[in-house]
Ligand binder design. Sequence first.
Ligand code: ADP
Length: 229
Amino acid sequence: NVSHEIRTPLTVVAGFVETMSNLPLSEVERKRVLALMSQQTQRMQSLVGDLLTLARLEGSPRPAVDAWLPLARLGASVEMDAHGLSAGRHRTGFDWGDDVQLAGSEAELLSAITNLVANAIRYTPEGGQVQVSWRQRVDGAGEIEVRDTGPGIAAEHLPRLTERFYRVDGSRSRDTGGTGLGLAIVKHVAQRHGGELRIESTVGQGSRFTLVLPANRIKLSEQTPSVAA
Ligand code: ADP
């Protein structure tokens, strides 16, 4: 899978390099070829970036349970990315709870939440809604839920979504800059933090991705971790 995913954009770029070296191109053609080359190199960059992220996740110890960070700080960064990506095409809502602290790797949790929100925006057509909500369950576990009013995903695909390079619609994924690795990364991050990724979806109605974190990695403001309460 990896070799196919890397080889395809590389072959396209190599072809364009050949074209540019052998054919006299008009200014218009030259610009077009360069734009296509740039698109393919960006695709390779995202792919290599995501592969390195996965390799790091696999090769490093579990994130510490005593390194606390405010969810609101992650949230501010996620919101900025979301607004950039949506460019006003969606209605968005964010609720990060009241002074929630999480224990874990800031880079990993940020990457996981950003991936879910970016997917919600990329797959939801203009005019749709994306809502992110924090919730603490009665058992103390915490949930970051990303809900969208997009096309939804048929039941038969749901169990396979977190497999590397599994895509429901390949061309749609690639057109919006997808690598097919996003949900594999999210699942990995969830599991490394002792949590899980839950996926629910109904075709035509939208999707709900929930990142669940265990009680020992959550505390509200100055209180001790809820597992100890
Ligand atoms: P990609 O880079 O292709 O988005 P992901 O691993 O993030 O890769 O997602 C895997 C597949 O799951 C996507 O190709 C898409 O088909 C589907 N998917 C993910 N999020 C959503 C969503 N919010 N709505 C509809 N389909 C989604």
